[in-house]
Design a binder for this molecule. Sequence first.
Ligand SMILES: N[C@@H](CCC(=O)N[C@@H](CS)C(=O)NCC(=O)O)C(=O)O
Length: 232
Amino acid sequence: MFGNGGLLKMLRPILYSSWHSSCSSRVRIALALKKIDYDYHAINLRDTESEKDFAANNPAKKVPILKINDLTLTESMAIIEYLDEVFPEPPLLPKDPAQKAHARAIAFHITSNIQPLQNLAIGKMLDEKIPGYGLEWCQFHIKKGFDALEKLLGLYSGTFCVGNQITIADIVLPSIVYNAMEKYSVDMTPYPKIAEINKKLAEIPEFQTAEPARQPDAPKDQKNWGENLGFK
Ligand SMILES: N[C@@H](CCC(=O)N[C@@H](CS)C(=O)NCC(=O)O)C(=O)O
């Protein structure tokens, strides 16, 4: 164990990430909150065949991948839990068991119930079969998920998603809102609580450094983001 201020020096971690990947963004936020510097290895998700060691590091051929402490870690939530155990400050889960369960429930609602259904690969495949249907599918599943998320936040939120501490629920929120707004043009009017917490998180420097536009592989010409992001 190293701990954030541990005595042993660790090698600089490497994060395999893509600027617009919501799952990568979660890990970028967790690394920033834990004050862990890392090297950024950009993966072009539209051309993963040219990434020689990508499949070797993650047979699922997905980002994020984190190389840390001689380990190759995959799956954003597993990576975040590892970081939280090895680098305990600041904690990303509440101590109270009920609050902890609520934070996990919101995080898993976003990462398991919403994100996989609106992922680029699915949208693209549907769009190739029935033009226009990919976008409709993604919008439908985001809205369905957000209807429930808005109610969950009504029950558990304080300043942040669960009470007044930043938790894993907050770490996974901004990127799904980004996808909803920037990739799929979802109207956020019915979701004031989601929008309010997302706005507060956007003011926190550790969340700002993880934003898609600030990543080294983000396209410079933001006018063409639509083409870069979606399957439209
Ligand atoms: N459950 C995984 C999902 C990873 C995932 O879907 N990553 C996306 C980017 S957000 C990806 O690499 N997609 C490429 C593809 O599916 O071909 C996690 O949380 O890490």
